[in-house]
Design a protein around this ligand. Structure first.
Ligand code: NAD
Length: 275
């Protein structure tokens, strides 16, 4: 049956940043396929809350680990625990990133002129979004290599294929030097994620490991009305996405339903990038 190919029953699926806005939905996609989500995130209380919500709904095992994905040793410890307990690691979703949100006071979503962008912030953003994904591929990919099977899904963004339109973030009546801008690091990390995917998709192509990229677009999260109005003008479908609109594609991309999908980039943006 075709639908059976979407099932990932008892597959161990590591999800970084699985307590965030989109990460929680990846957890849900894995549970819909009856897989075992292994959520790695920084804050223990959020991990426990996410586990409680999904345990109540699905009554399936969920593993949680508070760790920093920029520290290889912490990832190695998680890998050892999982291999000891399950004997296999099947899926990795590299999702964690310093996601600069227009409505929040993210450290990197500030009125930072490119020429003054602090090196420290550059290094922090690259460390989480890119080095973290690289380390997870190394550590969990090593298990997949031994098994000669596995799937890696790297979460990029429409800003992994397009430049940010800074006009979206401008607020009328504020001087130029006070205007918030999408940071350079977001473009660099998200484009580089696509490079990591292509590199590994060819490196591991004949070793049973598939590696792909998903590019979600702006997710509606109660942003300011003016921002939303400006944003949707660039979207043929005339709206932002909802976090749950990625579930089906996530499950497709990590399951055998996509058994010949490798090195691909799937863009889900309501048509924004073709306009
Ligand atoms: N929200 C959007 O509109 C949107 C759009 C396109 C792409 N994306 C991408 O989707 C992914 C998730 O976005 P989101 O909006 O859910 O982000 P979020 O800020 O809500 O969640 C980020 C998660 O990453 C975790 N994290 C951060 N640093 C970490 C570290 N060093 N070690 C371990 N965990 C760490 C956080 O604890 C949190 O769980 C990101 O890669 C983002 O770039 C988001």
């Amino acid at each position: 049956m075709l639908f059976d190919k979407f099932m990932i029953e008892k597959k161990v699926c590591v999800i970084t940043g699985g307590t965030g806005l989109l990460g929680k939905r990846h957890v849900e996609a894995v549970l819909e396929g009856r897989g075992i989500p292994v959520i790695i995130s920084k804050t223990q209380s959020k991990l426990e809350e996410t586990k409680r919500i999904f345990t109540d709904k699905y009554h399936l095992p969920i593993e949680i680990f508070s760790a920093d994905i920029t520290r290889r040793k912490e990832l190695e410890d998680i890998k050892n625990i999982l291999v000891e307990k399950y004997g296999h690691i099947d899926i990795l979703i590299n999702n964690a990133a310093n996601n600069p949100k227009v409505e929040a006071s993210s450290a990197n979503m500030q009125p930072l002129h490119f020429t003054d962008f602090p090196l420290e912030l550059w290094e922090k953003d690259i460390a989480v979004g890119l080095t973290g994904a690289f380390l997870c591929c190394q550590v969990f990919g090593a298990v997949m290599e031994k098994q000669r099977c596995g799937v890696i899904l790297n979460i990029s963004s429409d800003y992994g294929i397009l430049a940010p339109d800074q006009r979206l973030y401008r607020v009328e009546g504020i001087p130029d030097e006070m205007q918030k801008i999408k940071p350079v690091t977001y473009s660099v990390v998200k484009h580089a994620i696509g490079g990591l995917t292509k590199y590994l998709a060819t490196y591991w192509g004949d070793k049973g490991i598939r590696v792909n990229t998903l590019c979600p677009s702006g997710i509606y999260d109660h942003q300011d009305k003016t921002f939303v109005e400006k944003f949707v003008k660039n979207v043929p479908m005339g709206r932002m996405s909802l976090p749950e609109e990625y579930l089906g594609t996530i499950l497709y991309m990590v399951s055998d339903a996509s058994s010949f999908l490798n090195g691909a980039t799937i863009v889900i943006d309501g048509g924004k990038s073709i306009w």
